[in-house]
Design a protein around this ligand. Structure first.
Ligand code: SF4
Length: 482
């Protein structure tokens, strides 16, 4: 996962980009960077390993002076964990560094296109999808004489996968998105109050709308799937291309990844999560309300799912686990060892909260199951009488190829154990998931507009030879169990 930001023609653009990136830091904590156009028209950049507050400090913001800037926070889903893969990437053309790019999402045909470009003599500095997108656009522009917008349109057709992208070229800024709209991408404005497309000046972009509150910008709308936006000084913001294919918005953004105060696909994320919780409660006849019942989230990503569940049951909603916010998301830690250590550091049970209680413990998903197992043990040792685990997503049975770092099929616990085995492995009294069929009516918009491939293997671009919904072998093939 990653997050992107862009600001066109506003005082202190790099500082504004840093603020947006800070608000979307949950999307990536490994590295970050920014690039700005200086007074001479050259694009200068800075990137480093670490958090936004550390890497894009005041000194860097002063050095990257300019009124247009882009930025990126990275979690490595493809390519190694090294600063060369941090973004933005600066692309040198004959006249110097006049292009910079940041993108969120993974490409399925990265290898094939990179091989093709290398045969043409293109030299890469990283293993990163965004650099490939930038170099492909530069090649069509320089070698074939296409305008930048035509080059982007060409690239949108050729690339398979997810890319929400901001690109600075000379004094312009472009924002474009893959034709399926996998990853979220929104546009706002610092001072435009009216209807219709705003002036280019003051336009801002972010992976999530929670990035706008922090800079006082107003959410205008999504960058549409397949759309290309051009921003030019003195010009209205222009939609210069729009070639959508069937939408495939990532459903996992709604369940887990996005901040609950963001708005995606026409609805606030927290509302979708509450609805998921309510749906689970309505179907959960085995749990009866009582004085000893408490519904409790694994904080923070499951808070609103648990809240929806508790409200629908008329049960007590309790925050029995305290989360240390100075530990990052365990899911996006790169290794199992760092994830294990993260769980211990991250959660602590409230003293005297659990003895004698029946606990409905709500989590957003089970991937490997190792973190949840530790939490169940923690709650049991704190005195809970019963622990009923409820999961706000269906079983994760396939990896993501579009920008979320879920593991291989072999590592996913739902592919290795039966439901009863997983329940026993977790040490829970009962275990239930949301069903894929439940998505109907729960999502903002039409069910078919969402990608649910990691839950049902319905991949629109499966890598060659990969088992999909139609040719998947039995889920039990990965025995023996952990
Ligand atoms: S495979 Fe899963 S995580 Fe990836 S885009 Fe689809 S729904 Fe999202």
């Amino acid at each position: 996962m990653c997050g992107i930001a862009g600001v066109f023609e506003a005082e202190g653009a790099t500082g504004l980009v840093a603020s947006i990136l800070f608000a979307i830091q949950h999307r990536g904590q490994e590295s970050c960077g920014a690039a700005a156009r200086d007074a001479g028209g050259r694009i200068v950049g800075h990137k480093g390993m670490g958090l936004v507050k550390q890497v894009l400090d005041e000194e860097v913001q002063n050095r990257l002076a300019g009124t247009t800037a882009i930025g990126h926070v990275r979690y490595p889903t493809a390519g190694c964990s090294d600063v060369v893969n941090a973004q933005p990437h600066l692309i040198e053309l004959a006249e110097g560094p006049v292009m910079a790019i940041s993108s969120n999402g993974d490409l399925i045909n990265y290898g094939e296109i990179r091989t093709r470009l290398e045969r043409e003599g293109v030299v890469f500095k990283s293993d990163n999808d965004a650099e490939l997108i930038g170099r492909l656009i530069a090649m069509y522009h320089v070698r074939d004489g296409l305008t930048i917008e035509s080059a982007i349109a060409q690239v949108q057709v050729e690339l398979k996968g997810a890319f929400s992208t901001v690109l600075m070229y000379r004094d312009r800024l472009y924002a474009f998105r893959d034709p399926h709209g996998f990853r979220p991408f929104v546009m706002g404005h610092l001072n435009h109050e009216g209807e219709g497309e705003p002036p280019s000046e003051g336009t801002v972009f972010s992976s999530e709308s929670c990035g706008f509150g922090i800079i006082g910008a107003r959410l205008l709308r999504e960058v549409r799937p397949g759309e290309i936006l051009r921003l030019e000084r003195g010009q209205p913001l222009l939609s210069v291309g729009h070639a959508p294919l069937e939408p495939r918005h990532c459903v996992f953004e709604l369940i887990y990844f996005s901040r609950p105060d963001s708005s995606h696909f026409g609805e606030n994320v927290y509302q979708t999560r509450q609805r998921i919780g309510a749906c689970m409660a309505a179907k959960d006849e085995t749990i009866h309300n009582g004085d000893d019942l408490v519904v409790m989230p694994v904080p923070d990503s499951s808070n609103f799912i648990a809240h929806g569940y508790a409200k629908a049951k008329g049960a007590e909603f309790g925050m029995g686990l305290l989360r240390n916010h100075y530990v990052g998301r365990t899911f996006i830690k790169p290794t199992q060892a760092s994830r294990d250590e993260g769980v211990k550091q991250k959660f602590n049970p409230l003293p005297d909260f659990f003895p004698g209680k029946r606990v409905v413990l709500i989590d957003d998903s089970i991937v490997r199951g190792t973190s949840l197992r530790k939490l169940v043990r923690m709650v049991r040792s704190a005195g809970a009488r019963e622990i009923h685990v409820r999961i706000g997503s269906p079983k994760v049975i396939g990896p993501c190829f579009y920008g979320i770092d879920t593991p291989t099929r072999e590592e996913l616990i739902a592919n290795r154990m039966s439901e009863a085995e997983i329940c026993a492995y977790l040490g829970a009294d009962s275990l239930r998931w949301l069903e894929v069929a439940d998505f109907e009516g729960l999502l903002p918009g039409r069910r078919q507009d969402f990608c649910t491939a990691c839950f049902d293997l319905d991949y629109i671009y499966p890598p060659e030879g990969f088992a999909t919904k139609t040719n998947a072998p039995s889920l039990r093939e990965f025995q023996p169990a952990l």
